[in-house]
Ligand binder design. Structure first.
Ligand code: SF4
Ligand code: FES
Length: 419
């Protein structure tokens, strides 16, 4: 077979082409350098200003709903024009303020037409969660408008799952600046309740163990040991959610945080949440999963570990709260005889338990992908896994004397019993 001919390289021609390419690239680099030196990074391609701070180059647009115009000429260093101090009223921006104010977390500023509530949250330094660049997709920025709904433009299509005085901060545009607005994000900054290594009250026997640098889940090797074996214990209350980070190697609780259940936009009691979930299925689940993931992130940052080191999650809550998290249909819990689909299957002999197990990945919880979420069994109807957890915690099954247990929450459960 004839060998393929190898083309001879003309070194001079090759060098000429190389020089040409270098020349082209160097002129592009010079241009890019010039651009980054003189063209402000906050100036978009339409020469509008996207900065969230004051700048002397900002000019008022004809249409108040549009972004401010950047008056910079790209010839001088734009940073000289940036306002590092608060913008005085007499700036060139000439914002038309109304008589109204916007308030959140006891912070107030003046109101002008055209901005979103998210813009005001920025101004007031109020934290509103987002993961969609404020495009209305993530549904994380839900806020409660406590006062001044009439000052906002009507809900748009992306907010159709919200009712009453709930809005998406990124979509709620101020249309009347003469009315006072008061708003609050649904997920408040969590309050750390405990920040100490609590001694465990029971002997631990975790399903996750480490042997010779390998992490095993119920005997199955699932990961290499990264330095920690952590678990989460989550109490999903209708009103308040508590999450504890537990060290599975010694049973100690590292920290616990509590926050308002962000599902409040679906109603404040269980029956309202059930009917809301029937119409806008998935929205309540999305809200609680986002909140749990947010807490995991905060704990990671504060306690120096990675989410992949969370190998087990235990969830308790009333039947509705628990089953919404597990992606189950909760409509039957809202109608007589108030039994969940899981309880019905259990009573029909189709299941051996009302407890639930699911992979974190399937539920969208950001932990080790091989980790599992365990939902404690239900007692019956609305009396759920939270009551089962308290019964286990006080070991009612071995109490010789009659004891009474009262769990005061949005709903209150009372259990009287003995061994
Ligand atoms: S107005 Fe100021 S901050 Fe805004 S794009 Fe122009 S130079 Fe940048
Ligand atoms: S920020 Fe994502 S929906 Fe508003």
């Amino acid at each position: 077979m004839k060998k393929p001919e190898i083309q001879k390289i003309d070194k001079k021609e090759y060098q000429k082409r190389l020089d040409r390419i270098t020349e082209l690239f160097s002129s592009m680099t010079v241009h890019a350098d010039e651009q980054s030196t003189y063209r402000c990074p906050y100036k978009n391609k339409e020469d509008r200003c996207t900065a969230k701070f004051g700048c002397r180059n900002q000019r008022k647009p004809d249409n108040r709903r549009e972004l401010l115009i950047c008056g910079g000429d790209d010839k001088l260093d734009y940073r000289q024009a940036w306002e590092t101090e608060a913008v005085p009223d007499s700036t060139l921006i000439d914002i038309e303020y109304g008589m109204g104010t916007v308030t959140s977390d006891d912070r107030t500023c003046r109101l002008s037409v055209g901005k979103t509530i998210f813009d005001y949250a920025d101004e007031l330094a109020v934290q509103v969660p987002t993961s969609c660049f404020r495009t209305g997709q993530c549904h994380e920025c839900i806020i409660e408008i406590k006062q001044g709904m009439e000052a906002l433009q009507p809900r748009n299509e992306t907010e159709s799952f919200l009712q009453e005085n709930y809005r998406l901060a990124c979509q709620a545009v101020v249309s009347n600046a003469d009315v006072d607005i008061d708003f609050s994000p649904l997920r408040r900054t969590p309050k750390i309740l405990i920040d100490s290594n609590q001694t465990p009250i029971v002997d631990i026997d975790p399903i996750v163990i480490c042997q010779n640098g390998v992490v095993y889940y119920d005997g199955e090797a699932i990961d290499k040991y990264r330095g920690h074996l952590y678990g989460l214990a989550i109490d999903l209350g209708t009103t308040t959610v508590v999450i504890s980070l537990v060290d599975l190697e010694n049973g100690k609780s590292i920290t616990s945080s509590a926050f308002e259940n962000p599902q409040r936009f679906g109603g404040s009691d269980i029956m309202n949440r059930i009917s809301y979930d029937g119409v806008y299925h998935g929205e309540l689940r999305k809200a609680i999963i986002n909140a749990i993931n947010h807490e995991i992130l905060q704990m990671e940052e504060e306690f120096g570990f990675v989410r992949q080191e969370i190998y087990e999650i235990v969830v308790v809550g009333n039947s509705t709260m628990r089953d919404i998290l597990f992606k189950l249909d909760v409509q039957s819990i809202g109608q007589k005889p108030y039994k969940s689909t899981i309880e019905q299957a259990y009573l029909a002999g189709e299941r051996s338990t009302t407890s639930l197990v699911e992979k974190t990945r399937r539920l969208g919880i950001r932990a080790n992908p091989k980790a599992k979420v365990y939902g404690l069994p239900l007692i019956a109807s609305h009396v759920g896994a939270d009551t089962a957890a308290v019964l286990a915690a006080v070991d009612m099954a071995s109490q010789k004397e009659t004891v009474m247990l009262v769990d005061v929450g949005t709903n209150t459960e009372v259990v009287i019993g003995h061994a």
